[in-house]
Structures are given as C-alpha cells and as structure tokens.
Design a protein around this ligand. Structure first.
Ligand code: 97T
Length: 252
C-alpha cells in the first residue's frame, strides 16, 4: 500500500519510522511519504491560511497550496474523466474532520484493501471547502471523524487511522490470528486477558482459564464479550433476539 500524508507538521509523523509500521515500511509492505503543505506556497512567509469569508473566529486553510500539493500526488485527470471507472480505483483522499463519517474497524478493513491512500491534515478552522469539492470531482474523497470531540488538527486522527489500517495489511502483523479476537472484529468488545502469575495481590485468574477445557474457555470468553459490550457499548449489540448472543446451553 502507498500512503501519502500532507501536513504543516510533517515531523509529527516521525513515529511512523519505528515499531510495527516502521518494520512494515522497511519490508516494503507500506510505502509512506509525508509532504509539507508549506512546500506548495510561494510567498515569503509560506502562508497556508487566511481569514474566513463571512467573518467568524479563526483562520481557514487556503485552497491554492492544497491544490498544488494534491496535484503533485493524485493522478492527472481532465474534465472528461469525471465518472469514468478509473475514479472507482484511484487513490482514496481522506480528510479527517469532526464533520466526517465515523471511523470504524469496518472502515479500517475496507481501507486496508486500497492500493493508495492520501491523507490531508487540516488545521485552524479547517480547509477551504472548494478543495474537497474540486477533488471530489476527480476521485474518491471522504471526510472521516475519529469521534465526537474536537482536536487541534488532523494529524492525531491520521496517526490513529494509519495504525488501525496498517495493522490489517497482510504481513504487517506477525500472527494474523491475533487480529481475529480483538474488540470490534466480531462486532463485540474483546474479553479480558490474563497471564502469569495465577494470583497477584490477592486477585486470582478466573479458574476456567486454568481448566484446560477449551470449550468452557471459549464459552466463558464469549460471555465476557457479551457482558462487557452490554455494559459499556449496548449500541454494538445486535437485536436482543439474536441467537448468537444467547449463552451456550452448557455454560450455566
Ligand atoms: O477535531 C478535528 C480537527 C481537525 C481534523 C480532525 C478533527 C477530528 C475530530 C474528530 N475526528 O477528527
């Protein structure tokens, strides 16, 4: 997968040189480039923002630098390309935004199948809307929100998305099995995990986990998932009458 990031703080992404994603880049599984938006300005102060039309507090990111930056990354197209099949296969341009669709594990899985992602990190009060409108006419553009809260810019959101997406790319995580039993992979929150010692500060590991009875362990873990999800994320539970959520007959 090719990933391009545009930001006024490119140094923010230095952490993508280390750990899992750093190793994936060294292995050639991910080809990542970070671009400084200010490199696409031409004034002495490398200006990227200006006051908002219509008034209001804060500053808005100017369209021109974004246009030049994105033109340098996205495939050139002319007006006749609008609506051609290529638009369904070209890069996906993602702008983190509080006004975006919610980022989910399902979206991470979907985006992990894409060959090329381009992330645009907005700052200030956001990016001139015409940037989104213009490039929506040239390919797939998505506004994506991490959640219902406000950040100072898109960089943190892009880091989170790249981690969530990158770990799903085949070969990035050593043991693909570890991707299966995680929160949100099967729609429920994950079960609690324990390791040695069997007793710690008077707290014991649930006996079923020491029993060697794999059927009972699987049933206990499933019930833990259901109980945890019901307690903190009832919105993730399917319809109450879903037979899959009923505890197995032998687990009482
Ligand atoms: O609050 C933001 C500001 C800029 C870019 C993104 C965000 C955001 C907030 C939640 N998800 O994304």
């Amino acid at each position: 997968m090719r990933i391009d990031i545009i930001s006024i703080f490119p140094e923010f992404f230095g952490v993508l040189d280390i750990s899992l994603l750093g190793r994936a880049r060294q292995a050639g599984l991910i080809d990542l480039a970070v671009h400084n938006l200010r490199d696409f300005t031409h004034d002495r102060h490398n200006t990227v923002d200006d006051t908002p039309y219509g008034g209001g507090a804060g500053m808005v990111m100017k369209p021109e630098p974004w246009g030049e930056a994105l033109d340098s990354i996205l495939p050139a197209t002319d007006e006749t390309d609008a609506g051609t099949p290529e638009r369904a296969t070209g890069p996906v341009l993602i702008f983190p935004s509080p006004a975006g669709e919610q980022f989910t594990q399902a979206m991470a899985r979907e985006l992990a199948r894409e060959p090329h992602l381009v992330f645009g990190c907005g700052r200030y009060e956001g990016i001139d809307q015409r940037v989104v409108d213009h490039f929506a006419g040239r390919g797939r553009v998505r506004l994506v929100s991490l959640g219902d809260y406000v950040l100072n810019g898109g960089e943190v959101a892009v880091m989170a998305m790249i981690e969530a997406i990158g770990r799903l790319i085949p070969g990035v995580v050593g043991n693909p099995e570890s991707l299966v039993e995680e929160s949100h992979e099967d729609g429920l929150l994950e079960y609690p995990s324990y390791t040695k010692p069997a007793s710690w500060r008077g707290l014991d590991v649930p006996p079923v986990l020491l029993s060697g009875n794999h059927g009972a362990i699987a049933a206990w873990r499933r019930q833990q998932q259901i109980d945890r999800t019901r307690a903190v994320r009832p919105d993730l539970l399917p319809a109450e009458d879903d037979a899959d959520l009923q505890p197995p007959a032998n687990s009482k």
